[in-house]
Design a protein around this ligand. Structure first.
Ligand code: SF4
Length: 171
């Protein structure tokens, strides 16, 4: 039951800043990007524990921000138990806390819960917390395994969170 997300305008939010740490959640955002590009989420053989569409998305974001004079670094999470930003273990949180001081802003690629994790770690620090994605709804899809060792999602639909208006299709 991953969450489906839309991109937010990060460029405007980072106007006037010099540096930012991009903090991706590697689960729902990676599935969202792979699904909207109709590409496999994971290709274990060629890209072990990386989601190529999401890696490309992050690089594109870095390059767009760099053109506007913003220097960025990615806080990478390679182990599966680090992928879910909403459930990071304490060691992971401490590691991020040690790095936050060096940046003007953090850009969180994830849902409100992901942003809350980061906001809590930023605490009283002057580092700005920017949410780079917003929740659209829950994803309902068919998981598909294909050779050599790929995982994709098909027939995706977005199920609105209770109280939100229904949205059709996957954007
Ligand atoms: S932090 Fe949000 S986007 Fe990331 S896995 Fe948890 S629910 Fe999904």
């Amino acid at each position: 039951m991953p969450i489906h997300l839309n991109d937010l305008d990060v460029a405007t939010e980072t106007e006037g800043l010099r540096s930012a740490l991009i903090i991706p959640c590697y689960m729902c955002p990676a599935i969202t990007v792979a699904t909207r590009e109709k590409k496999p989420f994971i290709q274990f053989i060629s890209n072990f524990l990386k989601s190529p569409p999401f890696e490309k998305y992050i690089k594109g974001l870095q390059s767009a921000l760099s053109e506007r004079g913003l220097e960025t670094k990615v806080f990478e999470s390679r182990f599966v138990h680090h992928w879910f930003l909403c459930m990071w273990p304490s060691g992971r949180r401490r590691k991020l806390m040690r790095q936050i001081d060096s940046y003007d802003a953090t850009i969180v690629l994830g849902c409100d819960s992901a942003t809350e994790t980061v906001r809590e770690l930023v605490g009283a620090n002057s580092c700005k917390v920017i949410q780079g994605m917003e929740v659209v709804g829950f994803m309902n899809a068919k998981m598909k395994f294909s050779l050599p060792c790929n995982i994709s999602f098909e027939d995706c639909r977005i199920i609105p969170v209770s109280g939100q208006k229904a949205k059709r299709g996957v954007k």
